[in-house]
Design a protein around this ligand. Structure first.
Ligand code: ZN
Length: 307
């Protein structure tokens, strides 16, 4: 069986204060908060989803804000950098905008593309680079400059060549080539389509605030995901059972370089339990947690989408 993922579905990271998290990703980066829910495995913690206006696969950045958690350290076995795509010709605008918000920005080049490198308020490594627009706009950023979704991600692997084999030979990504210490892979989606594996040696990463928890790749639907589960198992990767995350279904596996990979279905998406124009406004809980709503709400610091 040959399988091919369309690209990144979402990336999930750990941060500190949820208000600071919302303020940065909404006000500075201009993403939309498309869902305010809790970590289904730890309902005393928020799970905040940001993305384009619909929360399309390939644009979804999600966070577990752990107020009291210790700072992590980015290293091998983790996504090093999450890269967002901005429209062609807009990097200078973003350099000025980030600087105006007090964000320290460094500009550099990779694969003949210009990048802005910076960190979010909790130390998460982010970059912006220019890509053809995918049609997203934002109420907080002038017309023509909005983040379009992910350009891609840079992976730090404890076994870079095994990770590269996984991406190319098992997950169906196209190998573009090597530049310096980076191996680049492409997928066919219009966003979230560029994965780079760093071959530089790094000390092992430590999970904590300011680090990525996992990266999810796209499955078309439930049937496709079951094929992925079988496909990964046949290549020697132990996957979890299918977990219902309400807005998609998920399976997880640990790849050989230490990264936690997820495969998530495109449907049903974020309008499953609230209308498009109200996305992210209310705290949404899965049906099985509704009986505990009062207790859950009491344990969470109230946060709002600042619409
Ligand atoms: Zn996930």
């Amino acid at each position: 069986m040959k399988k091919k993922t369309a690209g990144i579905h979402h990336i999930t990271a750990i941060v500190e204060n949820p208000k600071e998290n919302i303020s940065f990703y909404l006000e500075v980066l201009g993403l939309r908060l498309v869902k305010k829910t809790v970590n289904f495995d730890d309902p005393g913690t928020y799970h905040l989803y940001f993305g384009d206006s619909e929360g399309s696969p390939g644009t979804i950045m999600t966070f577990f804000p752990w107020n009291q958690a210790r700072r992590g350290r980015t290293g091998s076995g983790q996504v090093d950098t999450t890269v967002f795509a901005v429209p062609l010709g807009s990097l200078a605008f973003w350099k000025e905008r980030l600087t105006a918000f007090g964000v320290k920005v460094e500009q550099f080049g990779r694969y003949n593309e210009a990048y802005l490198r910076f960190q979010d308020p909790h130390g998460l490594h982010l970059e912006l680079t220019e890509r053809p627009p995918a049609g997203n706009s934002s109420s907080r950023v002038p017309e023509g400059y909005a983040i379009q979704g992910f350009a891609g991600a840079v992976l730090n692997s404890g076994a870079p060549h095994q990770t590269a084999d996984l991406l190319g030979q098992v997950m169906g990504m196209k190998y573009v080539g090597q530049e310096g210490t980076y191996l680049r892979f492409k997928t066919e989606a219009s966003v979230g389509n560029t994965i780079e594996v760093s071959t530089a040696p790094f000390p092992r990463g430590e999970l904590g605030t300011g680090t990525v928890h996992h990266i999810a790749f796209r499955a078309q639907d439930d049937e496709d995901q079951l094929e992925w589960q079988q496909h990964m198992t046949s290549h020697g990767y132990a996957t979890t059972e299918v977990k219902d995350r309400d807005y998609f279904k998920a399976i997880y596996f640990r790849e050989r370089g230490g990264l936690l990979f997820e495969i998530a279905t495109d449907p049903p998406g974020f309008t499953r339990d609230e209308p498009f124009d109200q996305l992210g406004q209310e705290l949404k809980l899965p049906v099985w947690l509704e009986p505990r709503r009062e207790q859950i709400e009491a344990s969470l610091e109230p946060v709002h989408a600042l619409e």
